[in-house]
Design a protein around this ligand. Structure first.
Ligand code: NAD
Length: 278
């Protein structure tokens, strides 16, 4: 018996990183998966984004767990594409019970030099894309009459200020906390719960790349991995630089399952204590 037997989870950004980890964790507890990822590059993103073969790997790994998965290349910024994905998912599985609005981008830019393109891309993916991922599911989820769980990936920087150079990301990640709070109230009569997860640094390709390393260790021409991890660790309280994606997925599983059946409207910090210091 899995905690999610008979459930179907829509996961955005499922090709790699946390999205893939959530897919495998939820499938490991019995859920079938409806997966979507851009698997392409956005010009203003300063690190390599995922590729089609990454999504294929997620598909193979979910199938190896003996679960079904319907995976599509798609863009959370495109409401028509997200509606078509949900329609396909309902046709394939009959229902959707869980949404992990996880797809996102990172990027750094100080307030004075940030370009309109950087701002628009960030808000489009990390705020508009979250809404376009959730809205098409609401009508079928309400009509099912069996409740549901919507889990939005925010960030530590959805509830506090970052050290700097991150106003667009911070705005989007605070914005999705607003979506969560409003939806938690509106959907509570239907037993559809809505929560955010708010991680500190997570060990994925979004962080482990030359662009991020040079930002965290600005004074070194050739920064080492150790210097990078020391710089990240300084932002946390526990003596750890970042969290493995699998540990984020454990909180997602809790929020997706009946273990949290009366939990809604919350911001789940997974932050190595970072919220407690400035
Ligand atoms: N890594 C961290 O330190 C960290 C910390 C806090 C929050 N987050 C958030 O966690 C989420 C997952 O990030 P990750 O760490 O797994 O990074 P990642 O870059 O490994 O994965 C993000 C995935 O989202 C996909 N994606 C991006 N834009 C998309 C779009 N327009 N449409 C569809 N898919 C799109 C990417 O292709 C990629 O596969 C993001 O929302 C991120 O902001 C990350």
């Amino acid at each position: 018996m899995g905690k999610l037997d008979g459930k179907v989870a829509l996961i955005t950004g499922a090709a790699r990183g946390q999205g893939r980890s959530h897919a495998l964790t939820l499938a490991g507890e019995g859920a079938d998966i409806l997966a979507v990822d851009l698997v392409g590059q956005i010009g203003s993103v300063p690190y390599p984004m995922s590729k089609p073969e990454d999504l294929e790997t997620t598909v193979k790994q979910v199938e190896a767990l003996d679960r079904r998965i319907l995976a599509r290349q798609g863009d959370v910024r495109d409401p028509e594409a997200m509606q078509a994905l949900v329609d396909d998912g309902i046709a394939e599985f009959g229902h959707i019970d869980i949404v992990c609005a996880n797809a996102g981008i990172a990027g750094l830019g100080d307030a004075l030099s940030m370009t309109p393109r950087q701002w628009i891309d960030m808000i489009d993916v990390n705020l508009n894309g979250v809404w376009f991922s959730i809205q098409p599911v609401l009508r079928p989820m309400i009509d099912q009459g069996t409740g549901g769980s919507i889990i939005i990936t925010s960030s530590l920087y959805g509830v506090k200020a970052p050290p700097g150079n991150l106003v667009h990301y911070t705005a989007a990640k605070h914005g999705v906390v607003g979506i969560m709070r409003a939806l938690a109230v509106e959907l509570a009569p239907h037993f559809i719960r809505v929560n955010t997860i708010n991680p500190t640094f997570v060990r994925t390709d979004m962080m482990q790349n030359d662009s991020m390393i040079s930002v965290f260790v600005p004074d070194e021409e050739h920064p080492t991995q150790e210097q990078f991890e020391n710089a990240m660790q300084a932002i946390n309280v526990m003596p750890v630089p970042w969290i493995p994606p699998e540990d984020i997925s454990r909180t997602v599983l809790y929020l997706a399952s009946d273990d949290s059946r009366y939990v809604t409207g919350t911001t789940a910090l997974i932050d190595l204590g970072a919220m407690q210091i400035s």
